[in-house]
Design a protein around this ligand. Structure first.
Ligand code: OXT
Ligand code: ADP
Ligand code: MG
Length: 578
């Protein structure tokens, strides 16, 4: 054998530097600055979770995938990077799917990564362990769905998932990872070369100049203009430009629920407390990152009054335009670029809206604010929504960096109007679908992603959907204070069984339950609060200590109304009650 031949043989016999699917996925995530995974371990992703943790990714283990998924969804909203949820196959995947659909509906970037069974067996339906065609099931519920079959495709697969989640209108992406992929080996150097760092994952989308001119022309003609800010506006993190637009134009603004705090609720131009008036009377409405969906009565009907209205709409999704009513000036692009373009086009002499309009808005606002403060003065025992929420309003006023998580029906609707928000992205709630059960996942991710104190204000029913995660909160020792508004049931604790039988009524729960003991069971602090003073003291202590805390706030079971402020959506029977 020649010398060259010997050298070649020796090289071939050297142990090759190998990598595998496990490591390539971790490397691909790290390369793209993914620092956290929310999930539940099990076959086939347990070792992957361990290795990710070993490699420095923060891996948070939940008690149920839906809560992990809700955590990932809100992480996406807060960071503009895809929140990652990791689940096992079929049942774990399905548990995570609700959150994936929720993220997509809310336009938040998230990636659900699920282990899956082997294609050959699934496709022949031979009954593999947790067999399910997950990719096909996920597809209609998310923005994009991909499956990676070969280790050398991991770099591209992860890159595609990230770009799909955050570019354009953000949304949920499903990434299918068959069990065999994890153990697939390949040359380490080739593996490293196959990874992709996504460059400019959510490129700016500059609006067309004529669209900007059209929007300004519509605005100029307005006598009663209104700006509506939605959670797309808070997602965009164009806080300074949005504030500048509102203040330069002098137009009253109405924040949708999760846009509260984008400008402070106590800002002189806030029209939250004259909501009905501004919707009804405005003549030009500028929508910024908000959709004319059910939450805005689809832009038509009684709520919007009979006077003709023109809409300017800023949205990154062209298909959103004219989805419910005609949009006179569609401004398609990212909110930062669109708002900056509008500001640039407004001359220094831009005239504020007529004083008559501002006075009309302020008059109603002052009346409503006065009515509200009278209601908040009450110190009633048992507590009602106003006395309990008045206390929590004080907490947020004094600690404006606190993240407020909120779900329930009455607990949600009263808190929305009572608790003022002072900073952007501090109010996290049930979103477009009004989903109960987002609470604990949202609270956990809010704490992890921001490092801030979290106050979760929860209806007793709402809390029950994700309540087991108090163990997770204790395990990771997170500074989360959960206040359960315990009125013994869904909407009210006074529901009656119409049959007269002994089964409990469908909306009622065990009376006088002590949710605080759930937190104590895992080593956290539990407090039973029956008066506003007790509640105030307990929340402040939790905020000071940062210890996991659950306060059982005892609320008058008769204080709420059916479905809170959206009772009108309940269908009515045409057959009169016997
Ligand atoms: O201008 P007017 O006069 O109109 O007055 C308005 C404002 O001007 C004024 N206002 C103010 N006044 C003074 N000061 C201030 N600061 C101020 N701010 C405002 O107040 C009024 C009202 O203003 P608001 O609130 O801004 O406006 P409004 O009219 O309410 O806005 C309309 C909407 C539609 C935008 C708004 O209502 C909204 O955002 N709603 C969201 C509602 C929602 O999503 N609800 C959750 C779903 S309900 C139901 O489905 C539930 N379920 C079923 C279920 C669900 N959802 N999910 C799953 C997975 N399974 C089942 C269940 C099981 S709720 C529920 C549990 C409920 O029980 P809980 O025990 O959890 O809760 P409790 O009810 O507490 O017992
Ligand atoms: P809300 O419920 O607060 O009214 P929605 O979820 O209905 O808000 O609307 C959010 C809108 O914001 C969506 O139509 C989405 O396409 C849009 N959006 C999200 N991010 C951006 C962005 N960066 N630029 C422009 N539009 C955005
Ligand atoms: Mg309740």
């Amino acid at each position: 054998m020649t010398t060259t031949g010997n050298a070649q043989k020796a090289k071939a016999e050297e142990p090759q530097d190998l990598t595998d699917g496990f490591h390539l996925i971790i490397d691909a995530l790290k390369l793209n600055d993914i620092k956290t995974i929310y999930g539940v371990p099990g076959i086939p992703i347990t070792d992957f979770g361990r290795m990710a943790q070993g490699a420095g990714i923060r891996v948070l283990s939940f008690r149920h995938e839906q809560n992990a998924g809700n955590a990932a969804a809100i992480a996406g909203y807060l960071t503009k990077k895809p929140g990652i949820c990791l689940t096992v196959s079929a049942p774990g995947f399905l548990n995570g799917l609700t959150a994936l659909a929720h993220a997509t509906t809310n336009c938040w970037p998230m990636i659900l990564m699920s282990g899956s069974s082997e294609r050959e067996v699934v496709d022949l339906q031979q009954g593999d362990y947790e067999e399910m065609d997950q990719l096909a099931i996920a597809k209609p519920l998310c923005k994009a769905a991909y499956r990676i079959l070969h280790a050398e495709d991991i770099g591209i697969g992860v890159a595609r998932a990230i770009r799909a989640a955050v570019s354009g209108r953000p949304g949920g992406v499903y990434l299918d990872l068959p069990a065999k992929l994890f153990g697939q080996a390949m040359d380490a150097a080739a593996g490293a070369r196959s990874l992709v760092k996504v460059i400019d994952p959510a490129p700016a989308q500059i609006p067309a100049p004529d669209a900007v001119d059209r929007a300004l022309a519509v605005l100029k003609g307005a006598k009663k203009p209104l700006i509506i800010l939605g959670k797309g506006a808070s997602y965009a993190q164009a806080d300074d430009q949005i504030r500048a637009l509102v203040e330069k134009s002098g137009i009253p603004f109405l924040p949708m629920s999760m846009a509260k705090g984008l400008l402070p609720d106590i800002h002189p131009l806030s029209a939250s407390a004259s909501r009905s008036l501004v919707l009804r009377e405005s003549d030009v409405v500028v929508m910024i990152g908000a959709r004319l969906n059910w939450l805005l009565s689809h832009g038509k009907g009684k709520q919007w009054g009979s006077a003709p209205k023109k809409f300017v709409q800023i949205d990154i999704e062209p298909k959103e335009m004219d989805s419910n009513v005609e949009i006179a000036a569609p401004l398609v692009g990212d909110i930062g670029s669109c708002v900056s373009a509008l500001l640039k086009g407004m001359s220094d002499q831009w005239a504020p809206p007529p004083a008559a309009w501002i006075n009309e808005v302020n008059k109603i606002k002052e009346t409503n604010l006065a009515k509200m403060s009278a209601k908040l003065m009450n110190n009633s025992v048992p507590m009602n929504y106003h006395s309990a929420l008045g206390v929590l309003r004080k907490v947020i006023d004094e600690r404006p960096d606190t993240i407020l998580v909120n779900e329930g029906a009455n607990t949600l609707d009263f808190a929305r109007s009572i608790i003022n928000m002072h900073k952007p992205r501090k109010r996290l709630d049930v979103g477009t679908w009004g989903v109960m059960g987002v609470g604990m996942g949202t609270a956990i991710a809010a704490s992890i992603e921001t490092g801030q104190r979290v106050l979760a204000v929860e209806g007793d029913s709402a809390f029950g959907f994700s309540g087991m995660e108090v163990e997770t909160i204790c395990r990771y020792d997170l500074p989360i204070c959960v206040v359960v508004f315990n009125n013994n049931g869904i909407y009210r604790g006074t529901d009656e069984n119409p049959s007269g039988g002994s089964d409990p009524a469908i909306c009622s729960f065990v009376e006088n339950a002590r949710y605080d003991k759930m937190m104590q069971a895992f080593g956290g602090v539990g407090v039973n609060a029956t008066t506003p003073d007790e509640l105030f003291r307990a929340v402040n202590e939790a905020m000071e200590s940062g210890k996991p805390t659950l306060i059982n706030a005892v609320i008058d079971p008769a204080a709420g109304t059916e479905s809170g402020r959206i009772g009108n959506l309940n269908p009515q029977s045409v057959v009169s009650k016997k």
